[in-house]
Design a protein. Structure first.
Lengths: 159, 182
């Protein structure tokens, strides 16, 4: 997908490419980053805010544990946008009318010549193993508590 | 092409737990004698010494002044040079926000894709990961001979009690990538 998209937008020479962070289905979270690599663009991911500067862009990146990172990068560039960082702006009636006059360019995947053999194949899809069962944790209260923490950490993975 | 390279990550001056979990995943792919770990930065000696106390074949210090602060370009270039020099069969990362920023592009430089957010490994190897926000489970098999790039989901592989290395610490090797600020 990234190869096809990169080849499709290459002739447009955009100053800024925006992509989502990851898809709802496979959730690989790589399309934007690979596009940047194929197009030779600097990139940054998990972006919450974008600000234009005289030399390019200043962006706010989300990190783990509530931390943020501020990065400046030149344009052209590619950013993958974190959800929830921006308020949705709905189109005005005038905007909807104008949209009908915009050029729509269709590109056939076969014309892009970007086919490559997959490096990993999804060979099996299954329902995740879920078991609802009651378990009694034996031993002293201290041992039972330790066993419970172990299960919450590594089986249920909520800690 | 053989062995496993694990890219560890620093947290508050020490090797972070996600890196140890990636190392635990690597042990399902190869024995300790076939696992190398890499620490990346401008000053990596303390991290390398910490890693050398664990059962790995060797510790690689990927060190350059331009790696003092994380940048996707810097890490990508430095690790590309390391991987070309070491030729591992598998490269294993913790699936952190930093890794997801550069590892897909790094894999693309080798015409590979990153098998990301892996939660389990079956013989083959076949890598297990969640699909559809966890509603399905998918099994991915590497196809074209590698190097195979894998990142592992936090909490999926146990790194609670990492065994100490028996005997002398693992060999530490300094690797200086060619980087330019231009």
């Amino acid at each position: 997908v990234a190869r096809l998209l990169a080849e499709a937008i290459r002739p447009e020479n955009p100053d800024l490419v925006l992509t989502g962070l990851q898809s709802e289905d496979l959730g690989l979270g790589q399309t934007g980053v690979i596009m940047a690599e194929l197009l030779g663009l600097p990139h940054s991911t998990l972006i919450l805010q974008v600000e234009k500067t005289e030399t390019g862009l200043k962006v706010k990146r989300e990190l783990e544990e509530g931390w943020f990172q501020s990065i400046e990068l030149p344009t052209p560039a590619l950013l993958t946008i974190q959800s929830g960082g921006n308020k949705l702006r709905y189109a005005t009636l005038l905007g909807i009318k104008r949209a009908k006059t915009k050029e729509v360019r269709s590109v056939a995947a076969a014309d892009l010549g970007a086919e490559a053999p997959p490096s990993a194949v999804l060979e099996r899809v299954a329902l995740p193993q879920k078991q609802k069962s009651t378990q009694f944790l034996s031993g002293s209260p201290k041992e039972a508590a330790a066993a419970l923490v172990e299960k919450l950490k590594f089986e249920v993975r909520v800690l | 092409m053989s062995g496993v390279l694990v890219v560890l990550e620093e947290r508050a001056g020490r090797i972070g737990r996600p890196g140890w979990e990636a190392a635990a995943a690597a042990r399902q792919l190869a024995g300790p004698d076939s696992i190398a770990v890499a620490v990346v930065g401008a000053q990596t000696e303390a991290l390398a010494v910490e890693a050398a106390g664990r059962p790995f074949a060797k510790v690689l210090r990927v060190e350059h002044p331009l790696l003092a602060l994380y940048t996707a370009d810097g890490f990508k270039l430095a690790l590309e040079q390391l991987i070309r020099a070491e030729s591992p069969e598998f490269v294993v990362f913790p699936h952190t926000y930093q890794v997801r920023d550069y590892a897909p592009a790094l894999a693309a430089r080798f015409s590979q894709s990153l098998v990301s957010d892996v939660v389990g490994i079956e013989p083959g190897p076949v890598f297990l990961r969640q699909l559809m926000q966890g509603r399905l489970a998918g099994a991915y098999r590497p196809q074209n001979g590698g190097p195979c790039f894998v990142s592992v989901q936090a909490g999926s592989f146990r790194a609670e009690s990492p065994e100490a290395r028996a005997g002398a610490p693992a060999a530490i090797t300094l690797f200086t990538p060619t980087l330019s600020a231009e």
